[in-house]
Write a protein that binds this ligand. Structure first.
Ligand code: MSP
Length: 663
């Protein structure tokens, strides 16, 4: 296997600010780049901007500035978003770079000299939006078959690339290289397209109609067709943006990631251009699906464009990266909604991964003084072996899935291990072991295995959620350096190196109970995020004023409904728990009651240890008059069963959002 990996995104038109579609491909490319770097391959990850052509020229005219100024103004928006999303590109190309333009001219001249470019009169139906001609049979009712906008009859002398010459070779290449176009359904579309005779490709535009482009070296009155210029970026970048010497080792590209709408230009135009230039074709072109928003096509006029900046601002880059790749198989279309986002965020990131880390760190703090204890082989059980077994399968599985661009499957595998580790905690109940010093060897063995699972997970989540991985690494005191090929060999259980103490910290993914969830969404509820609705917090219903000082007492045999209604019971989530010093019974809890955070002192400390409470969904009396218990203010009361002793805390399913009334 070659030890280089060259991944590209499309170069984006600078006619507007970046949106979710741009972010999607770039995040996917970033995951591949990061994973391949970890496995020791030399990676070149290219992204950039398509700055020529009619769309950009029109946008500049609309803005009342010249096209170059327009491009210079928009370019930082893309770079800034990539930095916010932690995109680790190696090269950022702009098609207005002089070096790129020189390469385009060189290739044009080479094809012209070979007789593969000729001049001819052409009359056809032109779609300004798609910047392409259509033939008579393509056009129906004067509309572009692609974008359904009106087309115009245009007649002009143009230069043509003899694309038709390469039709048979291309068909054969696709047939003999099944991985060349992916996924399979898209390959079939291209094969279908190639059943019809392939026409030659018009590759020039007269300057009189469009001047914003690369001038043809053999005709100063024309500029190159924007796609001819743009596709060459994949090669020109290697000449001035890739690490030298020997940047050519990156060609052919390992993978071009593109959206389904630009597969034809890549699979057919680009492939035949390369054939004309006698250069190898890329190893594969993968066409991903499109995002709709709440079931509708995303468009500026509908006002439903998902703004990646707003997502990052509110939920963090990693959660957004995670959702896009977890929710939908990469080749398929998908629907974006805050409901879907909220469900995944709360269930998989906050409850599962975030909680796993926080439970583990709390136990390491309480039971092993913030250090990773040594295991004792005499005290190992099947439970440990099962966890180890699940973890050992993690990297081979991620590797396989990423080779097939099954990001969602790779993440599913990660989620599986997170769940296994949480179950391992539940089953081994370290807090019970901690009650008896005789169990210390077993307790330490459990904590060791648990931390090993987290060490594997830290590395596995790195390509997807790089910041999260860095935080996990620091909190666990791991010495892994993700800028080095730590996955050259997959990690081995027990083969760790911890450089420091573990440390607790704020939640990795604080629960977002204000997000709509599947079971609580009304059909009309807007669940999109775009610039105009940046503030997503639901309007706060004013908290009912605490009822007058009227204790609820069991000595009263009957109460009327009006009395009961004075008691405000609410679902709450325990965010943190700790013992009240010098008290066996009292625990100090920080709980989220939906609209605010409360501190509640609860007499449940004989039944529960603090770390097993974090993340639980409970019921509290929300309007109890604040009181002080052992000098600590308690702003409410938890509900639990038990006559004298607490037997069980009243809990609710995790899907019920904090703040929900209990009646
Ligand atoms: N400039 C060309 C690409 C030239 S590559 C040599 C171009 N640019 S674009 O800015 O219009 O589109 C870039 C990418 O965004 C395409 O891959 C397209 O599929 C993707 N998307 C645009 N809207 C999208 C969604 N709603 N969902 C997912 N991706 C989408 O085309």
């Amino acid at each position: 296997m070659p030890n280089t990996f060259y991944v590209t995104t499309p170069i984006y038109y600078v006619n507007d600010v970046p949106h979710i579609g741009h972010a999607y491909t770039t995040i996917a490319a970033d995951v591949l780049a990061r994973f391949n770097r970890l496995t020791g391959r030399e990676v070149f990850f290219l992204t950039g901007l398509d700055e020529h052509g009619q769309k950009v020229q029109q946008a500049a005219v609309k803005a009342g500035i010249d096209p170059q100024t327009h491009c210079d103004r928009l370019m930082p928006k893309f770079k800034d978003l990539w930095s916010q999303l932690h995109i680790s590109y190696n090269g950022f190309i702009r098609t207005t770079d002089s070096q790129h333009q020189a390469v385009v001219q060189r290739y044009l001249q080479a094809l012209y000299d070979k007789g593969l470019i000729y001049q001819a009169e052409y009359t056809g139906w032109y779609c300004t939006f798609d910047e392409r001609f259509w033939t008579e049979k393509d056009v129906e009712k004067g509309l572009c078959p692609d974008c359904r906008r009106p087309v115009e009859r245009v007649s002009e002398r143009n230069y043509f690339f003899r694309m038709s010459r390469f039709q048979d070779r291309l068909k054969e290449h696709i047939q003999t290289n099944p991985a060349f176009i992916q996924p399979e359904s898209r390959r079939n579309e291209v094969v279908g397209f190639l059943q019809k005779p392939l026409e030659d490709l018009s590759i020039s535009r007269p300057k009189s109609r469009l001047s914003w482009g690369v001038e043809l070296p053999f005709d100063r009155d024309c500029v190159a067709y924007v796609w001819f210029d743009a596709l060459i970026n994949y090669l020109s970048a290697l000449e001035y943006l890739a690490p030298t010497p020997n940047a050519s080792k990156f060609w052919p590209a390992s993978i071009h990631l593109v959206g389904k709408d630009i597969l034809t230009t890549h699979a057919i135009y680009w492939s035949t251009m390369l054939m004309g230039l006698e250069l190898p074709l890329p190893q594969s072109i993968f066409a991903h699906g499109w995002w709709t928003v709440d079931g509708e096509k995303m468009s500026k006029s509908r006002g439903n464009v998902v703004d990646p900046y707003a997502m990052v601002e509110q939920f963090g880059a990693d959660a957004f990266r995670y959702f896009l790749l977890r929710e939908v198989p990469f080749g398929q279309d998908g629907d974006f909604s805050l409901t879907a986002f909220g469900s995944r965020y709360n269930a998989e990131l906050a409850n599962d991964l975030g909680n796993l880390l926080s439970r583990t760190l709390t136990m390491l703090a309480n039971f092993s003084n913030n250090t990773i204890p040594q295991p004792d082989s005499q005290h190992e059980t099947d439970q440990d072996c099962q966890l180890q077994h699940a973890a050992s399968a993690l990297f081979p599985s991620i590797d396989t899935h990423l080779r097939h661009l099954e990001f969602h499957r790779a993440l599913e595998t990660i989620c599986g291990l997170v769940q296994s580790a949480n179950q391992y905690i539940d089953k081994t109940a370290p807090w019970m072991l901690a009650k008896d010093p005789g169990n210390t060897p077993r307790l330490h063995t459990v904590l060791f295995h648990l931390t090993e699972a987290l060490r594997f997970l830290t590395c596995a989540v790195y390509p997807f959620m790089p910041q999260t991985a860095e935080t996990m690494k620091t909190r666990l005191g791991l010495s892994d350096n993700f800028s080095t090929p730590v996955l050259r060999e997959f990690p081995r259980w027990g083969d760790y190196s911890y450089s420091g103490q573990t440390s607790k910290g704020p939640s990795l993914f604080p629960r977002k109970d204000s997000l709509p969830s599947d079971s609580h969404k009304s059909p009309k509820e807007p669940a999109t995020i775009h610039p105009s609705t940046r503030n997503m917090e639901p309007s706060h219903t004013p908290e009912a004023k605490p009822a007058a000082n009227q204790p609820v007492t069991s000595e009263v045999p009957h109460i009327g409904i009006e009395d009961f209604q004075k008691v405000q019971l609410k679902v709450a989530k325990i965010l943190a728990a700790e013992r009240v010093p010098k008290s066996k019974k009292l625990l100090k809890l920080q709980v989220n009651v939906g609209t605010e955070l409360r501190q509640i002192v609860a007499g449940i400390g004989k039944k529960y240890v603090p770390e097993e409470l974090v993340g639980r969904t409970i019921v509290v009396v929300a309007n109890l008059k604040p009181a002080k218990l052992m000098g600590i203010e308690s702003q409410g009361m938890v509900l639990a069963a038990g006559d004298k002793e607490v037997l069980e805390l009243l809990t609710m399913p995790d899907e019920i959002p904090a703040g929900t009334k209990v009646k």
